[in-house]
Structure formats: C-alpha cells, structure tokens
Design a binder for this molecule. Sequence first.
Ligand code: ATP
Ligand code: FE2
Length: 333
Amino acid sequence: MGERLTCIGIESTAHTFGIGIVKYHPFQILCDVRRVYRPVSGGIHPSEAARHHIEKAVEALEEAMSRVDLKQVDIVAFARGPGLGPCLRVGAALARMLSLKLEKPLVGVNHAASHINIARALTRAIDPVVLYVSGGNTQVIYASEGKYVILGETEDIAVGNLIDVFARKAGLGFPGGPKVMELASKSRRLLKLPYSVKGMNVSFSGMLTMLEGLVGKEPVEDLCFSLQETAFSMLIEVSERAMAMLGVKEFIIAGGVGANARLRQMAGKMCEERNAVFKDYPIEYYADNGVMIAWEGIIQYMLGEKLNVEDSMVKPRWRIVDVKPPPSGLYEN
Ligand code: ATP
Ligand code: FE2
C-alpha cells in the first residue's frame, strides 16, 4: 500500500452529475465538481436527468481539469450501480472515454458502498454501525470482516422517498428534504403517525398514506415536524438495537437524508446515552458526489478490481452485499 494513488470518480446514478478527484495516501480531496438536476415538476424523470448529465458533463470535466492536471490521475472510477439506467450510462461512457484517453485502469464502483466509505474516510470511524438513508435506500449496515451485512432495512419505501413524495403532495417541490427540515423547525406539535418498527426493520408506507391524507387539513409545519420526529425516531431505534446487539461503539450516517440536522442531533443524543460516539462530518458529503466515487475507486483498485471497457456495462440493481468492504486497518492511520 506504499504507492500514492490519484483517482478521478464520476457520479451519475440519479440527480447529481459529479466529478471528484481524490489522492491517497494520506486521504486528500483535490477537486469536487457537482451539477444537480432539478425536475421542473414531479420527481426524477430518468431520461430527463440523463439529458441533464449529458449537457453538463463537458463543463463539469473542464472545471475539474482547471483544478487538477489529469496527467496526475492513476485510476478512473465511475458509479456502476445501483441507480437509474439512463443516468448511469452517461457517467460510464465518460469514464470509459477517460480511461482509454489517459490509458489508466477503469474501476466500476457501488454507489452505496461509496456513501459509506466517504463517511468512514472523513470521520476515521474504524468499526461503526452505519445508517444508510437516502432517496432510494434505508438500511442499517455493518462492515464486518470481508463483507457488508445488512442488519435491518425498510420493508417498503426509503425514508428519503417518504420525505420527497410527501413534499411533492404538499407542494414543496423536489427534493423535499431541505424544505421539510426548514418547515419542521417552526413547529413543536406532534401528530400521532404510524410508528412501525419490526426487529431491526422499519416501514414507512403507512405513515406516508396518513400524511398524504392530512395535507391541507393540518398545518404543513406540523406535518413536517411529525414526519421527522416519528420517522427519525424509528431509524435511531433500529440503529441503537444494532449497536447493542454487536457491542459497537461508533455510529455514522451515510446518504442524503443525513444532511438533516434533526436526524444527526438525535443520533448524537442516542450515542451519548449509550456511551458511544456519533461521528459527524461536513454535510455536503452526505449527498451524492464524485469524491465518494473516487475514494471507493481507490479502495476497489487496492482490492484488485479492474474492468475491461468491453465488460463495463452498468448494473442498475447492484446490491452492496455483493461488494467487498475496504481492507481492515485502512481507516486506522
Ligand atoms: P441513493 O442511490 O443513495 O438512494 P439518492 O439518489 O437518494 O441516492 P442522495 O443524495 O444520497 O441521493 O439522497 C437524496 C435524498 O436526501 C432525497 O430524498 C432528499 O430529499 C434527501 N435529503 C436531502 N437533504 C435533506 C435534509 N436536509 N433532510 C432530509 N432529507 C434530505
Ligand atoms: Fe446516494
């Protein structure tokens, strides 16, 4: 592991087209360029988002090249999945082109593992329970020796999806997270919503149905507050159960919903009460970005992963359990 590696990473799984460049060792972010697609109406339209990425790819690459000389790059990584097929293919095409042009190895990485590992790199968490919460995922994960283990997950929709669908129904636009957080801070009135925890699994569809029915009948601030308090309490309860079961003393959150201040506050409190540590990091790295793809590219390259361009098709349904976690010891120095 003595060599110094520089990786360019391309993220394009959903709403964000991102290019990040990371150097290791030591871990250093050299550049972080993002272009975010905002739908005019409704949620994400895959083909529209893909068109956005195509339109922004060149200027994003030019911006990255104005910061870092690509001659420094040793590895080209892209988010291979999971994600929206048309969006994934934009990032994959750019990565293949760069890999051929720069004559550097191509590495396809898993978006979920990338969220987790950027959190670990920024916090130096060595043995954490991870709550992965985003628009498409809600999982409690532990990276044990050699594999990721999913300890709990949603039985229906992701928490980010609950927030986004509710927000759309309430006319708050997409993505709903930041707006819901802002409105929630203006209320202290807790409405009773379905609290659904089964072991280490959660379920949000009942809560969504009820919230949708209350739009226009109750003040939107109270709905946002109640959604956050109820959904986040469920998530913190299952995370705490996982930590207790494993005897783990570190907790991190990964994925876009982690940008929520109230969720992170609850996480801090839970850890304090059980003599554990919630490891937080700058909120811009909770959301999708190219830096996390570049870092995961370095990890997977060190683990021996490499793709031939002709075998590099995207994997829209790639599960994290089929991915190797970083070698133990990586975050200890
Ligand atoms: P994944 O493939 O990991 O599911 P994603 O496409 O959902 O990725 P992320 O950037 O990881 O992308 O997460 C986006 C989600 O985060 C959206 O559902 C958005 O509403 C939510 N979000 C963003 N900011 C906040 C916030 N402040 N509070 C709550 N949720 C937030
Ligand atoms: Fe994501």
